[in-house]
Design a protein around this ligand. Structure first.
Ligand SMILES: [Ca+2]
Ligand SMILES: [Ca+2]
Length: 236
């Protein structure tokens, strides 16, 4: 653990801060428990951030039904599809990682992925941390629940890929860190200036998921221009 923390200290931007964190450690009154991540079940935890920020890391606590480490897991951060009780991962990954499970047996390990893409997570927008594995049930990794707190989790049907609607329940142990950024800094160079204005004007008009749509109403118009000018040269 000390070694993994030292590696993080060398690679994470100094200003990275917690954007989301589960409510407390695993292993409460009922002991260790979690959700199997296997060929027949993918698992996701929903989260939102209070500020606009560029992703630095995501982490989760995972143990193992198998005494042997090494089961391959795929980790993605995905946007949200559906609304209300139909909320679920969209299948659109803004970043993904593949790694091996470190844990042996029911001895949870915190595993952290470091962002290379550094996508911006927008304040108030819903995202999902998703874990998938090709391990067979019964010898699969197990994503630990927090001992306290509730969160929106989502599980697949037995095909391992079709998400069921999410529900409020025990929260999976996870955290996300990032560095604060301005959503008007469209070219990600740390300030808001003519370069960003040019990008916004290029996408003027109706659009879907385009960078210049700062307020998320599927239009790039005067409201977005005004938001950009408000933060002009204010830094990011
Ligand atoms: Ca800029
Ligand atoms: Ca807009």
């Amino acid at each position: 653990m000390l070694r993994s923390l030292a590696i993080l200290a060398l690679t994470m931007p100094a200003s990275a801060e917690t954007l989301y964190s589960s409510n407390g450690p695993f292993g409460g009154f009922f002991g260790l428990w979690g959700a199997d991540v296997s060929t027949s079940q993918s698992v996701a935890q929903r989260f939102t951030c209070a500020i606009d920020a560029d992703l630095s890391t995501a982490s989760f606590w995972i143990m193992n039904n198998s005494p042997q480490p090494g089961a391959r897991i795929t980790v993605t951060i995905e946007t949200d599809a559906g609304t209300g009780s139909a909320s679920r991962p969209s299948g659109t990954a803004i970043e993904s990682w593949t790694m091996d499970t470190m844990a042996s047996g029911w001895n949870p390990q915190q595993q952290t992925v470091i962002s290379a893409v550094r996508p911006q997570l927008r304040a108030g927008t819903t995202y999902w941390l998703v874990l998938r594995s090709e391990a067979l049930g019964g010898s699969s990794p197990v994503w630990n629940f927090a001992s306290t707190g509730q969160g929106y989790t989502c599980l697949t049907l037995l095909d391992g890929t079709t998400w069921q609607a999410s529900g409020l329940g025990a929260e999976l142990c996870m955290g996300v860190t990032g560095t604060p950024s301005s959503r008007a800094d469209l070219d990600h160079d740390g300030d808001v200036d003519g370069g960003d204005l040019g990008i916004l004007l290029t996408s003027w008009g109706a659009c879907s998921d385009c960078a210049g749509d700062l307020n998320g109403d599927d239009q790039v118009d005067g409201a977005d221009l005004g938001a950009l000018l408000t933060t002009w040269s204010a830094g990011a």
